[in-house]
Design a protein. Structure first.
Length: 631
């Protein structure tokens, strides 16, 4: 675990990130005098690469304007598997869930931050050959491939959040580049070309948990991007029986030509055959609540005992070799470390950027004003902000699937906490709203009897731990990787594309559910269960619906099904039923296609080159997309 709970080495890395950011936040057009000298050596390019990756930490580890800016957290909240919830004052998170906005620039941070990452990737791609790579071509190509990968990744997230945006692929920004272009016909061809370049340039070997992208990550994200483009923009429907071909952009590593379903299947099969990945034996091994310290408490006969993991093999615990962070199925992730500090500054930095702040946002509110987070109420889970509780529907739909099939799916209780059953003494905070009676177990921060204080994290008892200068364990001590791509996704994508159930069967077998033949409905359900609350559900719903699919689409109907479910409000169980705050989820999804509004400040800055997305502008009544107090 020393790799993730860092020592003095981390502090020097944090300083590197900060100094790099100060330089890279400068407009490349006004730094031409340095272009001939920087980067001048391979280490300089490594620094540029590090700064490009660090944007992921800014998104995954910090909050702005009262909401965590991890795009996958946003997509969880926007799906039918989550409510906004939190306290009465947490209007940003409820706005997101109801497809409304409390201010014209509410969703600006990810927009500007992702463009910051794109700028850094462009800079690295443009300047890499300032360095003499004689005799070191492999390192040069690996770094260049990582630059293309990160640019493709950031553009995929940007376009899935905001739709049609400017496509900037150079450090010299022309007036033409400032114009909004079609995501379908311009941005996705570039995204997929970047992933093709990445897979062809990077070494044919695994990054092995280093936090860097590798060839196999490029192949996996190429598949995810193509499937979204084909399903959402081309309305391909059931991909096992459909195809679509996209034109690629000629650039280094990508000779141009086209990309079809057959190419995607070939890439995914390469991961299966040559990647060396395998599913962890026990699904619980992926999550920090299965750590060996908590397992030991379940078997020592003293104090508390977390029975849910008592039947695990100790060698499968989260912090054992091959499990948890850097496990055998982790293909790409955001990594965190003990370097958070209130003194971190910079355009794309924030104090908690090295802490997986999702653990704090999804933490239990647990009547904090009355109980002060006492562990006897919530053991082994810690207190947090309680924003984004699982919906009633995900538990109900999952239970219905179990009952219909006559089985128990391990993943349900491994992903969700039934507060009434698992934490019988749990009390609601007096200003709780949109509480479903469930909480997120994945990424939930964990306490121990061995911890000194009620809200200490189990990480403080791991070998190599040293307190960060943030000096706030509730907010700073969260080091679980955020999974961006798991091998289970490769297997389920292969079944969805080919109709061959053998890949899906591996995922089902690990969960202890019957291994079935292929059907689109079964694949859709398997993706929902396997990746519950990991942020994939919303864009899956969108691609299964297709753009401009109206109020009868898969996504619109699934979102609307939240209506009428009982919720806890102001600490009172079943006080109200869930209702959309302005009109309906059906209408808001149909009007917006699931895109967020572009920030008004950016629209103003671009002098008309950037246009507001449908559902958020003049053609839609403002009272339908404007936040309304419900509780």
């Amino acid at each position: 675990m020393n790799k993730y709970i860092l020592s003095a080495l981390v502090a020097s890395s944090a300083a590197l990130f900060t100094s790099c950011n100060d330089m890279l936040d400068t407009d490349p057009r006004v730094t031409e005098m340095t272009a001939a000298t920087f980067p001048g050596k391979p280490a300089d390019v490594e620094a540029l690469n590090t700064a490009t990756y660090s944007i992921m930490n800014t998104l995954g580890g910090g909050d702005q304007s009262g909401v965590l800016n991890n795009p996958f957290y946003w997509w969880s909240i926007m799906s039918d598997d989550c409510y906004g919830s939190g306290g009465l004052q947490d209007n940003v998170i409820k706005s997101l869930h109801h497809f409304t906005t409390a201010s014209s620039n509410q969703y600006e941070y990810d927009f500007t931050c992702l463009y910051g990452g794109i700028s850094r990737a462009n800079n690295m791609i443009a300047t890499i050959d300032n360095v003499d790579w004689t005799g070191n071509t492999a390192q040069r190509n690996q770094l260049l491939g990582e630059g293309y990968f990160m640019r493709g990744l950031y553009y995929m997230w940007l376009s899935q959040l905001y739709g049609d945006v400017p496509l900037i692929t150079s450090t010299t920004i022309t007036e033409d580049m400032k114009q909004e272009v079609s995501a379908e016909t311009a941005i996705y061809p570039q995204i997929l070309s970047d992933f093709v370049s990445a897979k062809n340039l990077m070494k044919p070997e695994r990054a092995n948990g280093s936090g860097h992208a590798d060839k196999f990550a490029a192949e996996a994200f190429m598949a995810r991007a193509w499937m979204f483009w084909a399903g959402f923009y081309k309305k391909a429907g059931e991909l096992a029986n459909a195809d679509a071909t996209i034109e690629l952009v000629e650039q280094e590593g990508c000779p141009g030509g086209t990309l079809s379903k057959a190419d995607i299947v070939t890439a995914l099969k390469d991961i299966v055959t040559n990647g060396g990945y395998k599913l962890c034996e026990d699904f619980r091994s992926l999550w920090q609540y299965s750590n060996s310290l908590l397992w030991d408490e379940a078997h020592d006969g003293k104090g508390h005992a977390y029975e849910f993991i008592a039947d695990m093999k100790r060698e499968n615990c989260f912090d054992m070799p091959g499990m948890g962070n850097g496990n055998t199925e982790e293909i790409f992730q955001i990594q965190f470390m003990n370097a958070s500090s209130w003194n971190i500054s910079g355009t794309y930095n924030n104090p908690r950027m090295y802490s997986n702040y999702l653990s704090c946002f999804w933490g239990l509110r647990n009547g904090a004003s009355q109980d002060n987070g006492k562990r006897d109420k919530t053991y082994p889970f810690n207190q947090g902000w309680g924003q984004g509780t699982p919906s009633v529907n995900i538990w109900a739909d999952w239970t219905a699937a179990e009952e219909a099939g006559g089985y128990t799916d391990l993943r349900k209780k491994a992903s969700l906490i039934d507060l009434g059953e698992e934490l019988a003494s749990y009390t609601y905070e007096k200003d709780d709203c949109e509480e479903s009676g469930y909480a997120v177990k994945k990424y939930a921060d964990v306490n121990l009897d061995a911890c000194a204080a009620d809200n200490d994290s189990w990480w403080s008892k791991c070998p190599g731990y040293s307190a960060s200068s943030l000096d706030n364990k509730q907010q700073g001590d969260h080091f679980e990787d955020y999974y961006l791509m798991r091998y289970a996704d490769v297997l389920l994508m292969l079944t969805e594309l080919t109709g061959d159930a053998q890949y899906m069967n591996q995922v089902q077998k690990r969960a202890g559910v019957p291994q079935t033949g292929y059907s689109w409905k079964i694949v859709q359900d398997e993706r929902r269960w396997e990746f519950a609350l990991e942020g994939l559900r919303f864009n899956d719903m969108r691609r299964w619906s297709g753009i401009n699919s109206g109020e009868t689409s898969y996504a619109a109907k699934a979102l609307q099904a939240q209506t009428g479910k009982s919720i806890t409000v102001k600490g009172k169980k079943n006080a109200m039923t869930m209702a959309h705050m302005t009109c309906s989820w059906t209408k808001r999804y149909a009007d917006t296609n699931g895109f967020l509004p572009k920030p008004q400040s950016q629209i103003n800055l671009m002098n008309g080159a950037l246009k507001q997305n449908p559902g958020w502008g003049e053609e839609t009544p403002a009272n339908e997309y404007t936040y309304k107090v419900l509780y």
